[in-house]
Design a binder for this molecule. Structure first.
Ligand code: CDT
Length: 304
C-alpha cells in the first residue's frame, strides 16, 4: 500500500474550516498524483490546537468541535477523496450526540465510508488553568479519555490501527495493536517544542518523537506513519519531522519543512510479516505471565 503523510503547517485561530479543507484538498491531489492510496492527516486537523487556551465560555469551546462527520465543512473532503479513490485518516474534536467530547481519529475508505474510529486515551497536560505557563495544554479539560481501546481493521489487505500524538510515547499503545496483528499504525500529532514543566527537554523534542515511533514500529513489527501539524501556530512552535517508519525501525520518509508537505512511501506488509515471524514472533517468545504489573499497577512504586 502506498501511503502519504499530509503534514499541515500552522492553522490560525481565525482560519475557517473551509480554508483548512482547501489546503487538505491540495494535499489529496498531490497524493493522488504521487500514486498514494491512503492519506494521513494530523491530530485536530481542522482547527488550531485550541487546548493551548483556557476557555470558560461553552459556545467558544463548542466552536472547535464537530457534531457530525462528515459535516458541513468536511463533506467536500469526503467527496473528493472518494472521487479520487483515496482513503484517508483525519483527526478532529468530536462532540457526540449525547454530549461526550473526545480527541478522535477516523479512517475513511476509498468509498467514503468511516471504517475505523479511535478516541485518544493518553491525554497529556492538565485540567486546570495554570497561568504561569506561556501557553496552556488543557487536553485533560476539554476531552474525556477515549472509550474504544485501540481497535484495528483490515483495509486493502493490511491490518490498520490508529493512535494520537501523546499515545505514541507509550509502548502499551503499540503493543495492544501489535497483539491484534497491526501492520500499519496511523497517527497525527501537535507537539509544542517547548514543554513548560520541563524546558530542559525541549532540545530533544525531535529525538523523542522519532525514538518513540521507531521503537513502537520495530518492537511490534509494524509500519508507523506519524504526521505533524507543524510550525509557528499562534506564537507556539510545533514540531514537524513527520515520518514514515518501517517495521525495521528505519525512517523511510521524513518532512523537510514545517509547512503543508506530503511525504510518501510504499508500506509493504510483507516486511511486517518477516519481523512478526522471526524476532517478534509474539506467540513463541512473549511471557505474559511475567507482565501482570503492567495492567495491575499505574504509577511506579519503588522499594522502601
Ligand atoms: N497533542 C499532544 O498530545 N501533545 C503532546 C504534548 C506533550 S507535552 C504536554 C505530545 O506528546 O506531543
Amino acid at each position: 500500500m502506498i501511503v502519504a503523510g499530509a503534514q499541515l503547517g500552522p492553522i490560525a485561530r481565525a482560519d475557517t474550516r473551509a480554508n483548512v479543507v482547501k489546503r487538505m484538498l491540495a494535499l489529496l491531489h498531490e497524493a493522488k498524483s504521487r500514486g498514494a492510496e491512503l492519506v494521513v492527516f494530523p491530530e485536530l486537523a481542522l482547527t488550531t490546537f485550541f487546548p493551548r487556551w483556557w476557555m470558560q465560555d461553552a459556545a467558544e469551546i463548542d466552536a472547535f468541535f464537530e457534531r457530525e462527520m462528515p459535516g458541513p465543512h468536511t463533506t467536500a473532503l469526503f467527496d473528493e477523496a472518494r472521487r479520487l479513490g483515496l482513503g484517508f485518516s483525519l483527526g478532529y474534536a468530536e462532540k457526540t450526540a449525547d454530549g461526550h467530547r473526545y480527541n478522535t481519529s477516523i479512517l475513511v475508505d476509498a468509498g467514503g465510508r468511516i471504517v475505523l474510529r479511535y478516541r485518544k486515551i493518553h491525554l497529556p497536560g492538565h485540567a486546570e488553568h495554570e497561568p504561569w505557563r506561556p501557553f496552556q495544554h488543557l487536553e485533560k479539560r476539554y476531552f474525556e479519555v477515549g472509550d474504544l481501546g485501540w481497535p484495528v481493521t483490515r483495509e486493502n489487505g493490511v491490518v490498520v490501527g490508529m493512535c494520537i500524538c501523546n499515545d505514541r510515547r507509550w509502548p502499551e499503545t503499540y503493543r495492544v495493536m501489535g497483539l491484534q496483528g497491526v501492520e500499519l499504525v496511523l497517527l497525527g500529532y501537535n507537539t509544542p517544542i517547548h514543554n513548560p514543566p520541563a524546558p530542559e527537554q525541549d532540545h530533544l523534542a525531535g529525538f523523542h518523537n522519532h525514538l518513540s515511533m521507531q521503537a513502537g514500529a520495530y518492537q511490534n513489527a509494524t509500519w508507523v506513519v506519524g504526521v505533524a501539524k507543524a510550525g509557528r501556530e499562534e506564537g507556539c512552535d510545533l514540531l514537524g519531522q513527520s515520518a514514515i517508519i518501517a517495521p525495521s525501525g528505519e525512517i523511510v520518509a521524513m518532512a523537510a519543512t514545517v509547512g503543508d508537505e506530503l511525504i510518501v512511501a510504499r508500506c509493504d506488509p510483507e516486511l511486517c510479516r518477516n519481523y512478526k515471524a522471526t524476532m517478534f514472533n509474539f506467540a513463541k517468545h512473549r511471557r505474559p505471565e511475567h507482565y501482570r504489573l503492567i495492567v495491575e499497577r499505574t504509577g511506579a512504586i519503588p522499594p522502601a
